[in-house]
Design a protein around this ligand. Structure first.
Ligand code: CP
Length: 309
């Protein structure tokens, strides 16, 4: 088995090989076992300092990286742009260079601009992990999603996965399309055509506009949040109308030909893309996704730390 990643930073799933993804999964299998032990902490990243730079809000990703770093015994700096000198006009590169001069080895960064993590990796001497860059990529989310499907079905090869909703504004959708296809899954997207990028076919993804047909085709449905904060114009008449056509409720779930698995990256808009009884049903693996996120992030941090010279 290969024991090193082919990349020095985790900027996007686009840059990973299938062997990289499998290495991350095998390492995460080990860490998942570790975090379920009574003593959850290992010394793997002792003397490694990690800065978590969040220029955009987060609950799951921020807490998940932080707990992963603590379980690996790393030293941590937490930075949130809303309470920093960014509000006084400091640039990204100045902010990061100031933090790096405190001898930081790795940076986990969420930023509203696509390409921000890539930009940083070219300008600073630290391992960079993209924790979401605008509507571009969210690689650790896609890794934890595929890891969760693998846990449920053993193998992703030949599995049918439909991603539903606001595809055009979603970094989760793009990273998942790359990851699922590299692992041999069949991927379709479903939603109003205004929320589906025109180039989607070039990614080898088919488009469906009828939710019930899409759900009857799939083994796994990933329901996405409508990202109103990235929508500067109207993409559908109202949330109520969106929900009537593309929301998943229990009646629809129970009417399908087979028992599908329901996923959601969070945060959930209960009653818009998914109702509470679906989110909390036995077919939903939403909380397993969150739990697997810690093991996946431990694996990514551990493998990239192994590339520090
Ligand atoms: N899934 C996800 O990225 O959630 P947060 O925005 O809360 O980190």
């Amino acid at each position: 088995m290969m024991n090193k990643l082919s990349v020095n930073h985790l900027l996007g799933i686009k840059y990973l090989t299938k062997a990289d993804i499998n290495l991350i999964f095998e390492t995460a299998d080990h860490f998942k076992e570790v975090i379920n032990r009574p003593i959850k902490k290992v010394p793997s990243l002792r003397d490694i300092t990690i800065a978590n730079l969040f220029f955009e809000n987060s609950t799951r990703t921020k807490l998940s990286f932080e707990i992963a770093e603590k379980r690996l015994s790393a030293d941590i700096l937490n930075f949130s742009s809303s309470s920093s000198s960014v509000t006084k006009g400091e640039t990204l590169i100045d902010t990061v260079n100031n933090i790096l001069s405190m001898k930081v080895d790795m940076v986990v960064m969420r930023h509203p601009n696509p390409g921000a993590a890539d930009f940083l990796s070219k300008h600073v001497d630290a391992k960079i992990i993209n924790a979401g860059d605008g509507a571009h990529e969210h690689p650790t989310q896609a890794l934890l999603d595929s890891f969760s499907i693998r846990e449920k079905y053993d193998d992703l090869k030949g599995k049918n996965v439909v991603i539903v909703g606001d595809i055009i504004h979603s970094r989760v959708a793009l990273s998942n399309i790359f990851c699922l296809k590299k692992l041999g899954a069949n991927v379709r997207v479903c939603g109003p055509l205004t929320l589906i990028p025109k180039h989607i076919a070039s990614l080898g993804v088919e488009v469906m506009t009828n939710l019930k047909d899409a759900l009857n085709w799939c083994d796994v449905a990933m329901m996405l949040r409508i990202q109103l904060e990235r929508q500067n114009m109207k993409f559908f008449p109202s949330l109520r109308e969106y929900s009537m056509q593309y929301g998943l409720d229990k009646q629809l779930l129970d009417s399908l030909d087979k028992e599908i698995t329901v996923m959601h990256p969070g945060p959930i808009n209960r009653g818009v893309e998914i109702t509470s009884d679906v989110a909390d049903s036995k077919q939903s693996i939403i909380l397993e996704q969150v739990q697997n996120g810690v093991a996946i992030r431990m694996a990514v941090l551990y493998l990239l730390a192994g590339k520090i010279e």
